[in-house]
Design a protein around this ligand. Structure first.
Ligand code: EPU
Length: 426
C-alpha cells in the first residue's frame, strides 16, 4: 500500500489547476448509458473512482477510449446485446457507492435494471431511499432482493416528485431517468450542487429538455431518445478548495487558476472571515495569509452551504487559527475520523457527537497517521505539510479515489511530499 512521506513545515505558494470534478464526472460517465451514440467527455480526472465507473460501464457494454492527454475519453455503448447489460454486480458496486448512478440511466433507456445495493460506508449509512422513491414516482416497479435493487418499467412516465432532503446523486439518478420518460416531470427540492447543474447541461447537450438549472425545481420534458455530445467537466471545487485551505494553513499564497468563485463561495467567505485575503480576478482565485488566522465556526450544509467534503480540511486549518472553533457536521454521521489522527499530531480537538471543538493554534508535529476516507486523507496531508518534521500518511489509496496527482501539485507549490510505493514490483 502506497504512503505519502512529507517533511514539513512548508509554505504553499504558486499556481495550481484543479482537475475535472470527480463528482461531476461520475454521473457524466453514467449518462453514456442513455444513448447509443458516442459521448465525448473532456477533463475527466485520472482518479480511481472514475476508473471504477469506467469498469462498471464496460461491464454494461460501454467501451471507452482515451484521446490525447487532456482527460478526453469517448464513451460508446457498443455492445447492446450483452445478456448482463442491465446488471451492476456487487463486486463492482461495493468498491464505490456512486455506482448506484447507473440505476436511473439503465431504467430510463432499457426499462429494466438490476443494481447491487451499495453497502454502508466509512462516513455514514447513506441510504438510497430517495433514489428509489423518485424512480417509483416515475412508474418503476422496484423490488429489493438478495442485496439487489431490481426494477422494471416498460417506459417511465413523467410525474411530480419532491425529494424529502436534498440529495446529490439521488437528484442525478432521477433526473437521468426522467429525461427519457413519457411526458413532463417536475422534480422538487433538488440538490443545488454545481455538479448537478453540470450534469443537466450535459444532458441538454445530448438532447434532453431540462429547465430550472441551478434551482431546486427541475422541469424535464421527456424525449424519445438522446444523442451523443461533447462536454467539458467543471473544475473540482473540492480539490481546488483543498489547495486554497493549504495556502491559508501554511500562511502561503496560492492562485487556483481555474477556480470558479461562485462554486467556492462558501469556503472563500469563511477563509476571508478567518483573516485570509481572498482575491477573485480574471486569472483565478487567490488566497493568501500574512497575519494570524482567527477561529471561525462552520456547519456543513447542502450547497450553497459549507460543503461536507471540505470539513476535514477545514478542521486541519482551524488547528492553526487563534481561538476556539466549532465544526458541526450535519450531512454524514461518522465524518470526524480524522480528528484523532490530527490529535496525534498535536491538535487539540474534542469531538462531541456531531460537533468538534478545536482549540488553536497548536503547533503540529509530524507523525505516522492513517487515512480513513478520501477527505480525511486530504486533511492529514495538509496537516503534514504544516507540521514540523516527518509525517507518513498510510493508506493513501483513499486519496487516490479523488485527487489527481496530489503529490505533484503540492510539490509544485513548494511542499516536500514524496510517494512511497510499497507495492512489490511485478
Ligand atoms: N440521504 C438519504 N437517502 C437518500 C439519499 C441521501 O437519507 O436516498 C441522506 C444521506 O445519508 C446524507 C444526505 O442525505 O445524510 C445527503 O447525501 P447525498 O445523497 O447528497 O450524498 P451522495 O449523493 O451519496 C454526494 C457526493 C459526496 C458528498 C455528498 C454531499 C458524489 C458521487 N458523492 O454523495 O462526495 O459528500 O454528495 O455533498 O457526488 C466525496 O467526494 O468525498 C463524497 C463523499
Amino acid at each position: 500500500m502506497d504512503k505519502f512521506h512529507i517533511v514539513g513545515p512548508s509554505r504553499l505558494a504558486g499556481r495550481v489547476r484543479a482537475s475535472g470534478a470527480k463528482n461531476a464526472a461520475l454521473p457524466a460517465l453514467a449518462a453514456s448509458l442513455l444513448t447509443d451514440e458516442p459521448l465525448t467527455l473532456h477533463s475527466v480526472p485520472r482518479v480511481r473512482d472514475l476508473r471504477t465507473m469506467a469498469r462498471l460501464l464496460d461491464h454494461l457494454g460501454v467501451a471507452n477510449e482515451e484521446k490525447g492527454d487532456a482527460g478526453t475519453i469517448v464513451f460508446h455503448r457498443t455492445r447492446p446485446n450483452n445478456p448482463d447489460a442491465d446488471d451492476a454486480p456487487y463486486d463492482l458496486v461495493k468498491t464505490m457507492r456512486a455506482s448506484v448512478l447507473v440505476l436511473g440511466p439503465l431504467l430510463g433507456h432499457f426499462g429494466h435494471a438490476r443494481v447491487s445495493l451499495p453497502g454502508g460506508c466509512a462516513i455514514g449509512v447513506r441510504p438510497i431511499d430517495q433514489h428509489l422513491k423518485g424512480l417509483e414516482a416515475l412508474g418503476a416497479d422496484i423490488q429489493l432482493s438478495h442485496g439487489y435493487v431490481e426494477t422494471v418499467a416498460r417506459r417511465l412516465t413523467g410525474a411530480r416528485f419532491r425529494f424529502d432532503m436534498a440529495t446529490v446523486t439521488g437528484t442525478e439518478n432521477v433526473l437521468m431517468a426522467a429525461c427519457l420518460a413519457k411526458g413532463t416531470s417536475v422534480l422538487e427540492n433538488c440538490a443545488l450542487e454545481p455538479e448537478v447543474t453540470d450534469l443537466a447541461n450535459l444532458l441538454n447537450a445530448m438532447g434532453a429538455r431540462i429547465s430550472g438549472l441551478g434551482t431546486a425545481t427541475l422541469v424535464v420534458d421527456g424525449v424519445d431518445s438522446l444523442g451523443g455530445a461533447e462536454h467539458t467537466i467543471i473544475p473540482d471545487r473540492i480539490e481546488g478548495g483543498t489547495y486554497l485551505i493549504g495556502a491559508a494553513m501554511t500562511r502561503g499564497d496560492v492562485l487556483l487558476e481555474n477556480g470558479i468563485a461562485a462554486d467556492l463561495a462558501p469556503l472563500l467567505d469563511k477563509l476571508a472571515d478567518a483573516g485570509a485575503t481572498v482575491e477573485v480576478t480574471a486569472e483565478g482565485v487567490r488566497v493568501r495569509v500574512d497575519n494570524e488566522l482567527v477561529a471561525k465556526d462552520v456547519e456543513t450544509c447542502p450547497h450553497p452551504g459549507f460543503p461536507t467534503d471540505l470539513q476535514a480540511q477545514y478542521m486541519a486549518l482551524m488547528t492553526q487559527a487563534r481561538g476556539v472553533s466549532s465544526i458541526r457536521e450535519t450531512i454524514f454521521e461518522n465524518r470526524f475520523q480524522h480528528a484523532p489522527e490530527l490529535a496525534r499530531m498535536g491538535a487539540d480537538v474534542r469531538v462531541d457527537g456531531a460537533s468538534a471543538h478545536i482549540h488553536g493554534p497548536t503547533p503540529l508535529a509530524g507523525a505516522a497517521v492513517m487515512a480513513t476516507d478520501l477527505r480525511a486523507s486530504a486533511c492529514l496531508v495538509l496537516a503534514g505539510v504544516a507540521a514540523e518534521g516527518e509525517t507518513v500518511v498510510d493508506r493513501i489509496y483513499h486519496l487516490e479515489r479523488g485527487y489527481e496527482g496530489m503529490e505533484l501539485k503540492l510539490q509544485k507549490l513548494g511542499a516536500r511530499v514524496a510517494r512511497w510505493s510499497t507495492t512489490p514490483a511485478a
